[in-house]
Design a protein around this ligand. Structure first.
Ligand code: SAM
Length: 284
């Protein structure tokens, strides 16, 4: 009898596969998929979540996996369900604008943890403006906290502020290492992100550069970060802070969302989108 080849997990690319099937069911039930939904899964692995997704009435499931060793398993799943389209490539390099036959409405995935942040930025930049309005993602707990943290929390981040500006983000459930094989060394969490407004904001170069410059060094004040990253004088930085009723000692993590919207209107921070993130900071 032919022996089934043992799969050696490559944890360098986040291959911690879900073994708690009830969690896969929790995720798919929560995503409330209908026959109109085109779903994108990143990193289907050996297909635990993929199979659970295919038990829902979704219209189509695109599943992007980088590891060719999983081709046979995933193509086998697809051969039993014509709605499933596995794609073998790096999800960070994929052409989301023209590489899929249809526009995804939702992303449901247990993400590879080593590329969580660039992947979520990619989804916000390239898929949110094209109608993707819901993500249900398994993340490392630490990354999840950066996405959902409100103002004044140490974990507050540019990505979390942008998710808040676009709608809402919440941790639905914390998940222990025992839910995966092999067990990761970290806790995980299921995060729900809803996109309800400002679908283009992640592509706004003023917004992105303002956040990047303000968070350059988390432990420093906004004033120091702006002086170092924008070539702004201390007087200019203090004038901007005062105009927005912010203390000279304010730090990026302390600001509520409305202050970021206000600051993005400041001429000193405004970039043309064609500047493509290049520095173009005027003195205030
Ligand atoms: C955490 S595992 C999730 C596997 C499966 N969905 C599950 O829940 O058991 C992450 C998966 O992402 C894949 N992966 C890692 N880097 C990737 C990339 N750049 N593009 C696409 N898939 C990637 C890994 O091979 C792995 O299958």
């Amino acid at each position: 009898m032919a022996e089934k080849k043992r799969f050696v997990h490559n944890t360098d690319i986040g291959q911690n596969f879900l073994i708690d099937e009830s969690l896969a069911d929790f995720i798919t039930e929560r995503a409330r998929l209908s026959g109109r939904d085109v779903v994108l899964e990143i990193g289907p692995g050996d297909g635990v979540l993929t199979r659970a997704l295919l038990r829902t009435p979704l219209k189509r499931l695109y599943a992007i996996e980088v590891d060719e060793r999983l081709r046979e398993r995933l193509e086998n799943i697809a051969s039993h369900d014509g709605r499933c389209r596995p794609i073998f490539c790096d999800a960070l390099r994929f052409d989301y604008e023209s590489g899929l036959g249809e526009r995804p409405s939702k992303i449901v995935a247990n993400l590879p943890y080593h590329i969580t942040t660039p992947l979520i930025w990619t989804f916000l930049e390239r898929l949110a403006p094209r109608g993707m309005d819901y993500m249900l993602l398994m993340l490392q707990l630490e990354a999840a906290e950066r996405v959902v943290s409100p103002a004044c929390r140490r974990e507050r981040s540019p990505l979390g502020i942008t998710a808040e500006a676009m709608g809402s983000a919440a941790v639905l459930r914390k998940v222990p290492p025992a839910a995966f094989h092999p067990r990761p060394k970290v806790m995980s969490a299921v995060v729900e992100i809803k996109i309800e407004k400002n679908a283009d904001i992640a592509n706004d170069s003023t917004w992105r550069s303002l956040l990047a410059r303000s968070f350059t060094q988390r432990r420093k004040t906004l004033c120091n970060n702006w002086c170092a990253s924008c070539g702004m004088t201390r007087e200019s930085a203090l004038r901007i802070l005062s105009r927005h009723s912010l203390k000279p000692t304010a730090r990026a993590e302390e600001l509520p969302l409305e202050k970021w919207f206000e600051l993005a209107q400041e001429p000193a921070f405004v970039l043309k989108n064609s500047d493509n993130g290049e520095r173009n900071v005027l003195e205030s």
